[in-house]
Write a protein that binds this ligand. Sequence first.
Ligand SMILES: [Zn+2]
Length: 225
Amino acid sequence: MSMRLGDLTWKEVEEYLKRRKDVILPFGSVEEHGPHLPLSTDGDIANSVAEELSRRKGVLVAPVVWYGVCNTTRAYPGTITAGFDSFKAYVADLLRSLKDSGFEKVYVVSGHLGGSHVCAITEAARSVELDVLFLDLRAVKSDDILETQPFHACEAETSLMLHLHPDKVDMSKAVDEKIELEEFSMTASVKLTESGVWGTPTKATKEKGKLLFERIVASFEKAIK
Ligand SMILES: [Zn+2]
């Protein structure tokens, strides 16, 4: 039996719920990730982590919630952002519906970690009477694997994508850029860097991605019974 919720019939979900009542809900974004990574990067990473956890722990994985809140990258063509309030309401609806289906525990894995995005998911989770556990990629220690701090379209994300989806990465277009912001417009849509990268993707390798992916899955695995 597939462990992808979307592949099952309702009868198979009913059978699963007799055995266990947990599910992984991955979140992505449709967001620029520099000139070398696709807009799907966050969802691709979250889905791969979720599917590997599913394989190891026998837990169902729901389809990725693709659109999220991407305020700081909205000036780049292709970034499609939801508003905070509508996204929060939408996520609360999804969680409530999972509860109505009979699920009691939801593991959230988000590839997109923008402040407003995570805050909206957190507030949505608090508004629903359901056990929601956030498996936080930011909490996974990576400084012994990576040479630079994870940021955006960075060494970390690029390495993970080189490991998971090498066909979607064009390293010949990768550039390194830093944000040096003393002031930040809260109202205007501004490109914060020329390339849309904040970080050092040129240091990315497939080997680092493999190690990092294994580290992420191993640390999240402990949270799933
Ligand atoms: Zn990302």
